[in-house]
Design a protein. Sequence first.
Length: 184
Amino acid sequence: MQSERKRGVTISPKNPRVLNYNIAYFLMDLLHFIVFNPRDLLFIANHLVTLFIFLTSWYLVSHGAYAILVLLILAEITSACQNTWTLAIARKNDAVFAVKLYDLLSAPFYTVHSIVRGLVVPYFVYKMFAFYASGAAKSVIPKRVQVSWIVVILIDISVSILWVSNLWAEFYRERMGKLDKKIR
């Protein structure tokens, strides 16, 4: 296997750290969700899709794929807030501070998540599709892998938008319920 460099980070047999770290992280996070929150199927599906892309990127084409790494960065922009928000949910029923933190973080987190995953990521995927369609990556990434990435990423974007839409709907129901209690 030879190292390939194409517009960005080089991932080679001698330097697999970026993808290896992320594969390990997503595997552990996936196992955590399967054990502690097995009903969160959308989040589990998102992790399976992400692992598919990382594993094919590294083990099938031995290349980091600049676009995949950019998508990873875009996806991780929301992680710190999401992790805090998720922990607040876990303690929401037994800790007053968690309820306040959940209430404080929900709207900003949903907003940032909606913008990043609903607007920025789809735009980047459009540019990625245009790049792959031009044939510029055909010597580095096989066409079947390019197509599978596009299909899987589009499914992942759809799942992410569905997930945050459900969160917005729940947020709205909670706020309307609180408003009804105040009015009565």
